[in-house]
Every structure is written in C-alpha cells, then in structure tokens.
Design a protein around this ligand. Structure first.
Ligand code: FAD
Length: 575
C-alpha cells in the first residue's frame, strides 16, 4: 500500500500514525509545505501570552521523531501541487530545492486544513497585519511584542482565535481593541450566552466594539490606522486578523472532486467522490446530525476522529464518522464558555421546533469554599424531549458539564435521562443535584405541569410580574414594572396578587420562583416561572442592547430604562 498524505499537522499526522499502527508494510509519505509537522496550533495564543513558555512544547512531534517511532517518510517544505487521478499520482514541489517530482499512490488522504480568511479591503497586506495559523506566524507576532514595539493592538474578529489572541495580548500588557462585525462575540454561541463573555472582556480591560466592520487599514508612520464602517479610527502597532477560516479546497477542486459550499464533500467513511481519495479535518464539510445542514467544523477533535475513520477504512476496518456536533470550549480571561450540538440560532435557521431552559447552578456546594455560579442553556425537542444542544458559561468545571451534555446530544438522551443520571459528588467537586441533573429536573417540572416555564421574551403586560427576591435585591437590581413580594412573605400576602391575570414569577436564578409558583398554583393562581430569573434577564437585556436580534421580541426592552448597563461599544477600564 502506497499511502500519501497531504498536510502533516492535526489530521495528517494522526492519520499517518494510525496507518503505521495498522500496517508495518505500508509505504507512508506525509507532504507538508511548512517546516513543522504535528505541532499544536491550538497552543499558539498561549505561547504568545507566555503561559506556554517554550516553543518546543508546541512541537508534539518532530519529523525526526515521527520517522523513528512510526517509520514514516516525512517531507517538510514539500508542497503538493496537483492530483493526477487518472494515473493515481501527485505532483510535488520540493520548496528547498525548487524541484518538482511525482509520487504515486494507492490511497491519498487530504488534510490540508483551512487558511485564515483574508478580506479584500485596503491594507490587509501591510506588514502590521498578522494572521495566526503556524509557528512562524506566532513567532513574528511574539518577536514584535517582545521587542516592545507594540503598545496597541487591534484584533479583528471575536471568534475563538480572536478571543484567545485578545486575552494573550492583554496578558502581555498590550492595549487591546477587539472589533467584531456582528452584535456578539463568539458567534457560534447564542447571543444571550455570549453577553456573559462580553462583560468579562470589558472588565478585563479589552476595548470591545461590536457591530463594527473594519473597512480599511492605512499606514501611519511606525504603525497603522484601522478604520471602521461607523467612522472610527483606531491607532495600532499590530493588527491580528481572525475573521474565520477558509477550507483549502483548491487541490480537490482542480482534481475534479466534489466540493460543497463549506468544504470537500465526503461520505461517512471520509471518502471523497473518488473512492481512493479521502479527506479529513478542516477541509471537509459534514452533515450536522441534528439539523442535517452541511457544516465545516474547523476543530482538532473532529480532525483526529475523521483521521482514524479514514485510515480504518483504507486498511479494511469498516468505520463511519457520523458528523460533528461542534462541541467546543474557549477560555476568556477568568471565564470558560463551552457548547455542544444545536444552538437556538441554528435550530431557528433550520426551522426545527425546540424548547429551552436557562439555569444558573453552582459548580459545587456553596458551603465549600470557592463555589461559583455558571449559566446553562439547554435546548431540547418538544415532542421527544431529546437533548438538542447545550451552552455553559462560567468559571469552574465548565468542560465537565459540557462534555456530559455532549454525550447526551450524541446519544440522543432525553431531559428525563439528564434528570436521572448519576454523577460523582463530594463537596469540593459538585452538588448532589448536579448542574446537568438540575437542567433536566427543571424541564421535567415544566413538562409535568408542576411549575410551568416561560421566557423573558414571552412576558407582556398581560402578566402580573412578581419578583420574589428580597426587598434589598429588588431595590438594587430592579426589573421595571415588577412587584416585589419576598418568597418568605408570600403565603401571608396572597391577597396582594390579582387572580384575574397570569402571574409571571422570577427570582435571581429560578429556584425561589419555583417555590413561589408551587405556593401560588396550590392557592388557585395561574403562575409561571420565568426561566433563569434575573440573571437571564440581564443577559437578554445586554444581548438586546448589543444585537437586537434574539431578544427583539422581548417587549419589555422597548422601554429604554431596561437597557442600562454594559455592552455595545465599551470603553470602561477596570484599573
Ligand atoms: P491543519 O492542522 O491546519 O494542517 C494542515 C496542514 O496542511 C498545514 O500545516 C498546511 O501547511 C498543510 N498543507 C496545506 N496544503 C498543502 C499542500 N498542498 N501540500 C503540503 N502541505 C499542505 N481546535 C480545537 O479543537 N481547539 C482549540 O483550542 C483550537 N485552537 C486553535 C488555535 C489556533 C491559533 C488555530 C490556528 C487553530 C486552532 N484550532 C483549535 C483548530 C485546529 O487546530 C484545527 O481544527 C486542526 O489543526 C485541523 O487539522 P487539519 O489537519 O485539518 O489542518
């Protein structure tokens, strides 16, 4: 078996190692146009920030190491130019020697990845403008920063890489501006969860501009000026372009393989439209198992799993990739945000029915020091109760919660399963009703009619809006038009509540409101609990203020007094 692999990083290196484990006889060549193979591109922002101190730590493997351990033929600085499908060979340029040659294959794996998207506006090629994909990219940025030439940085794009770069620039003491075209950071999240990150970014001293599009970058003496569509002009010594990635599909296109809108088309065996050519990683599009929509998921986990599937099939072990759920996680200063499966946005755009619930549980019991709250948004199918997706934002234990939700989504578990799942518990680690259990339990109470939920967007003047927090909480964090009857006084003050209107109850997170609804419904009131309480209210408010999309139906926000507080264009500094 002559196995050729294009690309020697996440997908390519994984595929090669697996191939060797399955066959000692196969001739395996990796072509990598860069000088490094198998490096940790995910670690690049943290190398910049100094958390990863040594560059060597980024080199998961070296060409020499791969040769020795796996008996692989590693050809760095060798670029594959063309695929000749008819003769089953590829044309390669040896970049050092500037020589072209052909290499034959029985099977070919394409893992060329995705390149940073470069817009077409003026100034994108100025020397101040950098992208982040490779070790040489981060070296250039780091050298510039370490030589103290850089006082101000503009990061364009607030997705994963933009956020990580902004944080690490800030860690290096650089005044950092983060510009995002849409009304939220991390566009893969729903906006009512992204706002939590927005507040953290601002509090961490990064200037955040949402709904701002960069239209031009101009030379300005020793630095440059970044101009935006609304007329802002920001001085910068360095600009990081992080506005997304574009699958490197040209080789496949030129070879006549089918390429969709989001990447190379593959079947569940990771075969392209040519059965001898497989494609994996950032370059492919796969079907979203929930919405059925074709997606490109440029993440290391799917690349590694697809590599195994492709190689297994090549060596006669039938294997299938069932599509990616976009399970991902990002650190944003002291917060972590993670998601899996469908979001409210993706379900809406796919036209799929869904229901949702918001909770704000503690990561571990409050009496054990260091407990912090997290925000959970769970989406489920109204008819089958199957979990469709979840988003979790908070300080501690976010990855564990998100990973449990990820398994639930993958295995089509229901909210009932979540409520009843058994998790490990001791005070330093969790609560006896884990955050995942709790999300399921709240939905179960709703489905069983014990305490029905509504959402802030459904609250109208037709409801009697009842705040059951303490008088102090009500005064300090007020929801306009709400009446305050603290939970502990409720039984004695039922006469203050009208019986001819539904009562929409809220507290800080939803628990006291649940108790209040139980008291009310057993006393003949028609009551509902506003999911997620006040903490969800402020997320909606800030999302409304910044994006005005999801929460636009929330009538109460039409009153501008609801919109006080941070987000949007923010210039407040922490220090
Ligand atoms: P790559 O790993 O990009 O490898 C493709 C290689 O192919 C490249 O080295 C390229 O030079 C080479 N190549 C392309 N064309 C040719 C050719 N014609 N001939 C020879 N060689 C060629 N994912 C996560 O899951 N979590 C993270 O935290 C995370 N952080 C990231 C941070 C950064 C800064 C970056 C850039 C990416 C991050 N990712 C993260 C994404 C993850 O790195 C990618 O999803 C993964 O590397 C994709 O693997 P791949 O094999 O498809 O492509």
């Amino acid at each position: 078996m002559n196995l050729l692999i294009v690309g020697g990083v996440a997908g390519g290196a994984t595929a090669a190692a697996r191939a060797r484990r399955l066959s000692e006889e196969a001739k395996i060549i990796i072509f990598e146009r860069g000088e490094y193979v198998s490096f940790a591109n995910c670690g690049l922002p943290y190398y910049l920030g100094g958390i990863i101190e040594k560059k060597d730590a980024l080199l998961v493997q070296t060409p020499e190491g791969l040769r020795k351990r796996f008996n692989l033929d590693i050809r760095v600085k060798n670029r594959v130019e063309k695929i000749d499908r008819e003769n089953k060979r590829v044309k390669v340029t040896d970049l050092d020697r500037n020589k072209e040659y052909w290499e034959s294959y029985d099977c070919l794996i394409l893992s060329p990845g995705a390149e940073p998207f470069v817009p077409s506006f003026e100034g994108v090629n100025l020397p101040y403008v950098h992208r982040v994909r490779t070790i040489p990219d981060i070296d250039r940025i780091k050298n510039k920063i370490d030589s103290e030439e850089v006082k101000k940085a503009v990061v364009i794009g607030a997705g994963f890489i933009g956020l990580e770069m902004a944080e690490n620039l800030r860690e290096k003491g650089v005044e950092t501006y983060l510009i995002e075209k849409t009304g939220q950071v991390m566009p893969v999240l729903d906006e009512d969860m992204a706002v939590i990150l927005q507040r953290e970014i601002v509090a961490s001293d990064v200037m955040l501009y949402l709904n701002e599009e960069v239209i031009r970058i101009k030379e300005n003496g020793k630095g440059c000026k970044v101009e935006t569509s609304s007329g802002k002009v920001l001085d910068a010594d360095i600009v990081i372009m992080a506005i997304g990635v574009k699958p490197e599909t040209q080789l496949a296109r030129d070879a006549g393989l089918e390429v969709g809108q989001r990447g190379i088309v593959v079947n569940s065996k990771m075969q392209t439209t040519d059965p001898d050519i497989f494609a994996i990683g950032d370059v492919v599009e796969t079907k979203d198992p929930i919405t059925g929509v074709s997606r490109n998921i440029p993440l290391a986990g799917p690349a590694a799993k697809q590599a195994l599937v492709a190689v297994n099939n090549i060596f006669g072990i039938e294997d299938f990739y069932e599509g990616g759920f976009g399970t991902s996680i990002v650190k944003v200063f002291s917060l972590t945000a993670a998601l899996t499966g469908a979001t409210e946005k993706s379900l809406k755009s796919a036209g799929m029915p869904y229901e949702k619930v918001y909770t704000h549980p503690a990561d571990h019991v409050g009496y054990y020091p260091g407990a912090t709250r997290m925000a959970v948004k769970l989406l489920y199918a109204p008819d089958t109760h199957i979990v469709l997706g979840a988003q979790v934002v908070g300080e501690n234990d976010i990855a564990r919660k998100a990973d449990i939700f990820a398994l639930a989504v993958k295995h089509k578990l229901t909210v009932e399963d979540l409520a009843k799942a058994e998790f490990c518990y001791a005070p330093p680690y969790g609560t006896s009703k884990d955050a995942v259990n709790l999300a399921g339990m709240v939905v179960l109470n709703h489905l069983r009619g014990i305490t029905r939920l509504i959402h802030w967007e459904d609250v109208s003047k037709d409801y009697f809006l009842l705040d059951v927090r303490t008088v102090e909480e009500h005064r300090k964090y007020k929801v306009p038009n709400s009446r305050n009857i603290p939970l502990d006084e409720l039984r004695n003050r039922l006469k203050d509540i009208p019986k001819d209107k539904p009562v929409a109850v809220f507290c800080q997170v939803g628990i006291r409101a649940h108790f209040a609804c139980r008291i009310l419904s057993q006393n003949g009131f028609n009551s509902v609990n506003i999911s997620g309480g006040y903490l969800t209210f402020i997320n909606y408010r800030d999302a409304y203020k910044a994006g005005r999309v999801l929460a636009a139906r929330t009538k109460i926000f039409e009153d501008e007094t609801f919109c006080s507080g941070p987000t949007g264009e923010i210039t407040k500094k922490k220090k």
